[in-house]
Design a protein around this ligand. Structure first.
Ligand code: SF4
Length: 343
């Protein structure tokens, strides 16, 4: 019943160099629906109800499981008592990227996966949604829990305005360091701005989170590639320290013939194009094959399907038990109608 408009422009090259053999587009209302958030926010009442289910465990396993060790029972208790400022502060003190982590963290295998309610065959506390509730409140109310520390006369260059660089910048500013962040892209935020599946998090949220760091007085130099526009030696000369936070870089290639042909692209470029253009401007093939079964592969597959690809097949050289994608991500791909071909 879905009528897809097939532009069928063989070998077309997009403005960002993404080539596809034939293009698919869905009507805009359908695209909006397909890319709506998969985890909508809690209402105020639902958040209160959920917060009051938390047992406020001593030595809380959810906090131990969190890589940034957010004091989960503490921030949940503050939501339960209506102290939204306090709740946001607890989260952001431990994790400067608390907004995006509420949307993008694999909580099923971290905090929520460790919640004691699982041991009683009950649903775990919706920690991510509660964290989102508190951090959304902070953004809506322009609440900045921290201020810059007294200037200590030292300066630090940070290479990369992604989550690591921004987190470093936030805390250095709190300690009174002068901070300059260099990033080669037009927009800051790194993976949060360009690499997280559209139905999990959109660019405005990533950029709002960046602003919370810049508000503390960190300077941003976008469009500057270190090694090309400025040398590392110059950074070392101009600053007391340099923090390199450049992320994982480009996707690895397969090293097989045909990778340079029209219609072949890497997952991160595909996702980046989707996140930085209106949805109907990202080309997708009618029949898509995704090679590999990691979480980024799943993001590429589900988004290709949501863009209108008729068939999406994920091919993986090993079995499902070896796939590095989380089970719930693979389940999401299955629910979206993607096919897996193992071995
Ligand atoms: Fe609350 Fe579950 Fe954490 Fe215990 S483990 S503090 S119930 S969220």
């Amino acid at each position: 019943s879905r009528r897809m408009k097939n532009k069928a422009t063989k070998g077309e090259t997009s403005s960002r160099g993404m080539r596809v053999a034939s293009l698919q587009t869905l009507p805009s209302p359908q695209l909006e629906k397909n890319f709506a958030e998969i985890a909508p926010p809690l209402t105020g009442d639902a958040a209160l109800l959920e917060a009051n289910k938390c047992l406020m465990c001593y030595d809380a396993p959810c906090t131990i499981a969190c890589p940034t060790h957010i004091d989960v029972p503490a921030f949940i208790k503050k939501i339960a008592s209506g102290n939204m400022r306090g709740s946001a502060r607890v989260i952001l003190a431990a994790n400067p990227m608390g907004h995006s982590c509420a949307r993008a963290c694999p909580v099923e295998v971290l905090c929520e996966g460790s919640c004691v309610h699982n041991d009683r065959d009950e649903e775990p506390i919706k920690i991510a949604l509660l964290q989102r509730h508190a951090t959304d409140w902070a953004l809506e109310h322009h609440y900045q829990p921290f201020k810059a520390g007294k200037a200590n006369g030292k300066s630090v260059a940070i290479v990369g305005a992604g989550p690591a660089g921004l987190s470093c910048a936030r805390d250095l500013r709190r300690f009174g360091f002068e901070v300059t962040i260099y990033d080669d892209r037009e927009q800051p935020g790194g993976l949060n701005t360009y690499g997280i599946a559209e139905y999990k998090m959109r660019q405005p949220l990533a950029l709002a989170e960046v602003m919370m760091v810049l508000d503390l007085g960190a300077a941003l130099k976008p469009g500057v590639r270190v090694g090309e526009h400025v040398t590392m030696d110059k950074l070392k000369k101009d600053h007391d320290a340099v923090f390199v936070a450049i992320g994982l870089g480009a996707t690895r290639t397969l090293g097989i013939p045909g990778e340079d042909k029209a219609g072949v692209t890497d997952a991160l470029s595909f996702i980046e194009h989707l996140k930085s253009h209106p949805h109907n401007e990202t080309p997708v093939g009618r029949r898509v094959v995704v090679v590999g079964a990691g979480n980024t592969a799943i993001d590429a597959a589900t988004q290709a399907k949501r863009l209108g690809a008729e068939h999406v097949t994920i091919v993986y050289r090993r079995g499902p038990e070896d796939a590095s994608a989380y089970d719930y991500e693979m389940e999401l791909a299955r629910k979206d109608g993607c096919e897996f071909r193992f071995l």
